[in-house]
Unconditional design. Structure first.
Length: 261
């Protein structure tokens, strides 16, 4: 039975081939599955690597930001140290200035009081122009000196202002209205003050003229020849006429003699 043997051999060979092919397919599927697993594991590893890289980069950025902030704070602290050192020096100078100011205040207050007394006496002995206004100014300064809410600097400024005002009176011309006793009757008059050398008046009707006499310490009547001169002086003082030379009545100077002891 050669044919049958041959067929049997072919059939066996075919089964063997099919078995081998089936075995190879299984191995291939297994290899493919393993490859897929490796790819999946690789992808997961890559994701982990990317996450770690992102975290590393973020940490690096935070580190650089912190380093930069620390550098800025270091510079700022160094600058503050310099400012504190300068402020310490200024504080020492201020404390020294305060001690000096305290000493000056103790010395200047008696000086201001003497200055106020001097100006008060001067107003009393001066020709009697704006007497009430000037006396009130001195009285206000005296009241201010007793106040604790006014600084020494402000008190000194007010005293100096009063002195400056009195100085200005000596180099200005002024006209103002006031009252004066004439023949036992109080009359309203126009005063003409020429510096401190002359204080004259003229009644509003222009009929009576007078000038202050320091020797007799009273007003004396003037001759009518001074009428036009005094009128012109009043107009100049009120800026109603251009400045010009005028003749004003001047009382004789007071001669003070000292008696030898």
């Amino acid at each position: 039975m050669p044919f049958n043997n041959k067929a049997s051999c072919l059939l066996a060979s075919a089964f063997l081939t099919v078995g081998v092919m089936h075995a190879n397919a299984a191995d291939m599927d297994d290899a493919i599955n393993k490859g897929v697993d490796r790819i999946g594991n690789a992808q997961q590893s890559q994701v982990k690597i990317d996450n770690v890289d992102d975290q590393t980069r973020q940490a690096e950025r935070q580190y650089r930001a912190v380093v930069k902030e620390v550098e800025g704070l270091t510079v700022y602290i160094n600058q503050l140290d310099k400012q504190l050192l300068a402020q310490d020096k200024e504080l020492v100078q201020i404390e020294e200035s305060i001690r000096q100011v305290t000493l000056i205040e103790r010395q200047i207050t008696p000086l201001m009081l003497r200055m106020i007394d001097a100006i008060d006496q001067f107003v009393e002995s001066d020709i009697p122009f704006l007497k009430e206004e000037r006396s009130k100014r001195v009285s206000k300064i005296k009241d201010m000196m007793a106040r604790s809410d006014v600084t020494v600097a402000e008190k000194y400024r007010k005293v100096m202002e009063a002195y400056q005002t009195e100085i200005d009176y000596g180099r200005t011309i002024e006209s103002y209205r006031g009252d004066v006793m004439i023949d036992g009757t109080e009359r309203e008059v126009d005063f003409l003050r020429t510096g401190r050398i002359s204080l004259a008046y003229q009644t509003l009707d222009g009929q009576s003229l007078g000038v202050w006499n320091a020797q007799s310490n009273q007003f004396e009547e003037l001759d009518s020849s001074y009428k036009s001169k005094i009128m012109m002086g009043i107009r100049i003082a009120r800026e109603q006429a251009a400045p010009q030379l005028i003749k004003v009545p001047v009382a004789a100077p007071v001669v003070v003699t000292a008696e030898a002891k």
